[in-house]
Ligand binder design. Sequence first.
Ligand SMILES: Cc1ncc(COP(=O)(O)O)c(C=O)c1O
Length: 445
Amino acid sequence: MAALSNTLKLDRDELDTYWMPFTANRQFKAAPRLIASAEGMYYTDVDGRRLLDGIAGMWCCNAGHNRKPIVEAIQRQAAVLDFSPPFQVGQPLPFELANRLAGLAPASLNRVFFTNSGSESVDTALKIAIAYQRQRGQGTRTRLIGRERAYHGVGFGGISVGGIGANRRLFGPLLPGIDHLPHTHDLAHNAFSRGQPAWGAHLADDLERLVQLHDASTIAAVIVEPVAGSTGVLVPPKGYLERLREITHKYGIVLIFDEVITAFGRLGGSFAAGVLGVEPDIITTAKGLTSGTVPMGAVLVREEIYDAFMTGPENAIELTHGYTYSAHPLACAAALATLDLYRDEALFERAASLAGYWEDRLHALREARHVADLRNIGLIGAIELQPREGAPGARAFDVFLNCWERGLMIRTTGDVIALSPSLIIERGQIDELFSIVADALASTD
Ligand SMILES: Cc1ncc(COP(=O)(O)O)c(C=O)c1O
């Protein structure tokens, strides 16, 4: 285990001052893992060890780390305009950025609202969906439908529609009027699928059941991740998203795709909606929008949703929602430079062209120790492990520590190892990644 570095001269009491997010604080502070810097595909820890980044930060540094054009754009912007109020006053950058994003999105989603994170994008989308129903005279539609095993961030809206028990149970009754679709993960049918599993489209029909149960007149929106990431990489069965689209259309329900991890090249195109050929009414994004450099999210909505709000007196605020840091100048500058880099280096196309190699290298682990399933889409891969008896998640966490010791950053959720490298990864680095994972699996009990 890495010793407490002398670059962090704090005793245990002082380490406790920082309450770390989604972290086993006591375990971490007994043996901290500290990153000092990053470049391209690699981190360097405080002891000077290099680690290959197998997860693009946390599904966000899609252009790689510390890319010069993005760093310089942020530096330039900080010296020009540090902040200006986003309410009732503007600055040029978000207008330019909104148009750039609309140009990348499915054509009908051409209105953009800025936030600072995925969680804020989700809460924004849920609020817009409910308010839109009211604006179009359907004010009884307030119910939100999420899905089991979904992750939509940590706001009260996001955990309410989210489907991870552990993220919900500490926090009381959550939002009222929520229901959930079943998740699509079933190893009896889908184990070792390459790309979208063949089985499971019918699980979308459960929405018909929820409509019968609650009545369409009470349902505002359905929110799903096109590919669920944080709950262990659940790839949508073939036909599943199409079916959800049909049913939501049929009943006037807003369909939200939470693309916080799938947007910006992860599946080999700008948005999963485009790659998978299903157009929702609202798309939430964050993470890859600035390649993880400055916090920022964006919510893309259909023009008719925006138009439904553009009524009443012209001096009235149409949507009473927004954040002090919506469209922050530094974030806008980072996002514009990031989109330039994605375009100039054709990184989305690069991801698409690497996806086959990635898939083959992942599925070569089929006979590796503990492996219960392998699944993938685009530059996403998951290795599901047989759990240790009575200790769910423990084996995967040990593999994570083992990889850290061997110079590779991975991410685990339960007994699933999730992999999602930056889109600049080279084939040799894909080999390096999977060879470290194979060694780590072999040496973990
Ligand atoms: C699908 C999805 N939605 C929302 C979020 C929350 O994003 P953030 O952590 O930026 O609030 C995440 C984060 O991983 C996510 O994967």
